[in-house]
Structure formats: C-alpha cells, structure tokens
Design a protein around this ligand. Sequence first.
Ligand code: NDP
Ligand code: X2W
Length: 314
Amino acid sequence: MKYNIFVDGQEGTTGLKIHEYLSKIPNVEVIKIESERRKDHDARRAIIHEADLVFLCLPDSASRESVSMVRNTRTKIIDASTAFRTNPEWIYGLPELHKDQRNRIQHSSRVSVPGCHATGYILAIQPLVAAGIIPRDYPASCYALTGYSGGGKKLINEYENSNKEQLLAPRHYALHLHHKHLPEMQLYSGLHSAPLFTPIVGNYYQGDAVTIPLFPSMFTKHVTAKDIQEVLAAYYQDERFIRVMPYESEAYLEDGCFNLMQCNDTNFLDLFVFGHEDQILLISRFDNLGKGASGAAIQNMNILLGFDEGLGLE
Ligand SMILES: NC(=O)C1=CN([C@@H]2O[C@H](COP(=O)(O)OP(=O)(O)OC[C@H]3O[C@@H](n4cnc5c(N)ncnc54)[C@H](OP(=O)(O)O)[C@@H]3O)[C@@H](O)[C@H]2O)C=CC1
Ligand SMILES: CC(=O)N[C@@H](CCC(=O)OP(=O)(O)O)C(=O)O
C-alpha cells in the first residue's frame, strides 16, 4: 500500500529537507500543490484531504490554520512548528523521551515535532531528573550554538545575501529570556521551571550543540561526571539515534576543541559528559535540520505508519 503524503510549506527550509528524505522512502506517494497556489486556503484544504499524512512546515499561525481545515479522522498530521508542542491533545514527537512515548506516537494522529534546542536539552537532562539525581527544583541553565538554517529562509537569506559585518561573529539572541522553546523545555524535562536559556547563532549553515552546566553539590545524590555518563548510556542503550559518548570524551575533540558539525546530515544526537567531582558539563550535538527538525519529522512518520523507524534516515 502507498500512502499519500503532503508537505504544507513545501518550499521552506524544513519542507524541502523533508522532501529529500521522502524521495528515499518507498511506499509513499508525495503529492504537491502548484507553487503559485501554495498559500491558497482552498487549494491547501483540498490537498490536505487527499493525504493520509500531512507535514506542516509553516509558521505557527499557518499551522493552526491548516489543522483547523481538517474535516476527516483519517489524515494524520506531523507539525514542525511551535504551535502544539505543549498541547495535551497532541503527542510530543520525541520517541526517546520515555519508554512508552514511541507507543503513544504510533497510536496518535497528531504529533508535534520538538524544537531543535529543546530536543538537545530534554534528551540530556530528563533521564537525570527521572532517576532522582537532579532535584525537580534545580535552577538549570543552558546555551546553544546553532547554524543559521535554524532561522528558516529569512535568516538564511540574511546570512547568505548581505555583507553585514556583524554576521561574521556568533550572535546571542532571544536575550529577552523568553525563547519559544522554553515551555516544552520545562514541561518535558521534569523540572519545575524552565532553564535560563541563551541561544547563539553562528556564521555556518547547520549543526547545533546545546550545553548544560551542572553543579553536583546541588544534586540529591552524590554522583560524579562518570556516574552521569553511565546513567545516560544505560537510559539510551536501545536507542539507535542517541549515542552516549564514552566518559573520556576528550578523545572526540579535534585540536582540543569540540566539532559541533559532526552529526550534520544524519539523524543522530550525540551526548557528551565532561567534568569531574565538582562540575559537570553535558553537551548534546545534532543537526538542527536532522534530529532537530526534518529528520525527527520523518522518524515520527515512520513510527506512525508502522515503517522501520530509520527508513530514509541512515
Ligand atoms: N529551520 C529549522 O531548523 C527548524 C524549523 N522549524 C519550524 O518549522 C516551521 C517551518 O520553518 P522553516 O522551514 O525553517 O521556515 P521557512 O521560512 O524556511 O519556510 C516556511 C514556509 O512556509 C511558507 N508559508 C508561510 N506562510 C504560509 C501560509 N499561510 N500558507 C502556506 N505556506 C506558508 C513559506 O512560504 P514562502 O516560500 O513564500 O516563503 C515558506 O515556504 C516553523 O514553524 C519553524 O519554527 C522547526 C525545527 C527546526
Ligand atoms: C537560529 C534560529 O533562529 N533558530 C531557531 C530555532 C529553530 C527551531 O528548531 O525551532 P522551532 O522548531 O521552534 O522553529 C530559534 O532559535 O528560534
């Protein structure tokens, strides 16, 4: 059986990347809207109803509009936007979150794809909260370094077609400290509050590293950096896309420095634990367009349609 798949937002960054993945997957028939009608309400509604599964790769408002158009119970939706990530009627599309999350995704028809930075943060910290190591009232903080493709067509255009000198250096943003990923970071980490989060965008296309400092003196149990690595390695031992790096992660540095582009063009997320008795540093490394967006969307589709989870992704 072939499934009809439609990507609403087919000409955006996430949408184009999803099409690349879909071209490698059998048993799917990609249906498209004529380019000049891609924002036409009636045309979108008609094609959404022809589809068995729709990816929404749109700004939040347009995503909400597409969802409100659906009048059948058959069409499954995977939304890449921020619109539904903490909505209890939707399932958070992070299969590695808990033991039953994959099953919940499989039996749902509304799945939201996690935000890129949120993916890195939650996968690093949630198992440690669940294990009772990090107390739920821990005042977490983190920063992320990301490529400019994370900002979609507008930011890509700014970096690639302007000569502004300030684009040469990495730039902090969301300094109002209300980044749009904070609600999902809070909800799915298990902590009572959101982290103090500062993202930084650099002058390169893709690759994200979310870095979380931890102070074991504030933990409920006495643990070292090595213990943390072991807890994470055990938690993700059966996960094909989450690779917990050995504790002696210095071996993975190049010239003493961290290469945050090494998961690019893959769906892998690598977890690193650095530190010693007194201070711990977690780093999640992944492709913001892979496990941070389009790769994760395809992984969710594979689960929803009962395909092998890695189809098209490896
Ligand atoms: N880039 C990334 O790394 C990630 C992005 N996301 C999320 O995915 C979604 C898409 O992001 P991204 O692909 O980066 O954004 P882009 O700006 O690259 O693409 C968005 C697309 O949506 C189209 N669009 C806008 N309004 C409408 C509308 N009313 N009807 C139909 N199409 C519309 C745009 O059309 P036009 O071609 O005319 O511009 C564009 O093609 C966003 O919600 C974003 O937050 C999620 C994770 C990561
Ligand atoms: C560089 C840049 O602007 N990045 C985006 C993240 C994109 C992403 O993954 O988040 P969404 O899925 O929520 O869009 C940002 O931080 O807002």
